[in-house]
Design a binder for this molecule. Structure first.
Ligand code: PGA
Length: 229
């Protein structure tokens, strides 16, 4: 039986200068060539980059022919119109295939609530973007139409202490039973050292990396591990 594609996603958050972005893709391309890692049907790699680098990331991925998909880290809850400063789903869809919605940093720091998040999911869907929706526990509501979820306990994000693979697997199974989801990822302090344990869990379909995605070598190492797991 063909195994289900795993997803390795990276969230760059608000890091990196334009020069850093060039370096990341160049180093990724060189290392990928050296390791003869080609596009694989068993792993899909997604990078969630800041809005301002969406176009550059697309250009560099095309230029180096990299096996990476692009995502935005959020999207406006408004359609196109007189909404100064907002970046709409339609705009994002010119460059990206995915969008991250509901990350706990945005819920907490920017006060994003269920109604706003549901609107974002709706607009993303209309623009043919695939939403990766972040939930903080099994009780977090998931808007209708979401097919990809990332379970990220708040205390595990950036703390160096991940959830246990067993508990993450339990949460993934519970949400899969309650919602028609295709993919449930785990995120929160995943590293080269612990990634394999999560990927071995049957209800976990991939990983959302924060810090570990900032370095192309670490990101690629995690991709290589997922290809073997
Ligand atoms: P972390 O972040 O891997 O640095 O803990 C995860 C996230 O915020 O998505």
């Amino acid at each position: 039986m063909e195994r289900k594609t795993k997803i390795i996603a990276g969230n760059w958050k608000s890091y990196k200068s334009e020069g850093d972005v060039h370096d990341w893709f160049k180093q990724f391309a060189e290392k990928q060539k050296k390791d003869s890692f080609e596009k694989s049907h068993s792993v899909e790699c997604i990078l969630f980059v800041p809005f301002i680098y969406l176009s550059l990331a697309k250009h560099l991925i095309d230029h180096f022919r990299l096996p990476l998909s692009i995502g935005a880290q959020t999207v406006s809850s408004y359609p196109s119109g007189a909404y100064t400063g907002e970046v709409t789903a339609q705009m994002v869809a010119q460059y990206a295939k995915y969008v991250l919605i509901g990350h706990s940093e945005r819920r907490k720091l920017l006060g994003e609530e269920e109604r706003t998040l549901t609107e974002k999911v709706h607009l993303a869907k209309n623009a043919h973007l695939e939403t990766l929706y972040c939930i903080q526990n099994e009780e977090t509501p998931i808007p209708i139409g979401v097919r990809y979820v990332a379970y990220e306990p708040v205390w595990a994000i950036g703390s160096g202490t991940s959830d246990s693979p067993e508990n993450a697997n339990k949460v993934a199974s519970v949400v899969k039973k309650a919602h028609p989801l295709q993919y449930v990822l785990y995120g929160g302090s995943v590293t080269v050292k612990n990634v394999e344990e999560f990927l071995k869990m049957d209800a976990i379909d991939g990983i959302l990396l924060g810090k570990a995605s900032l370095d192309p070598y670490i990101f690629l190492e995690i991709v290589q591990i997922s290809l073997r797991t």
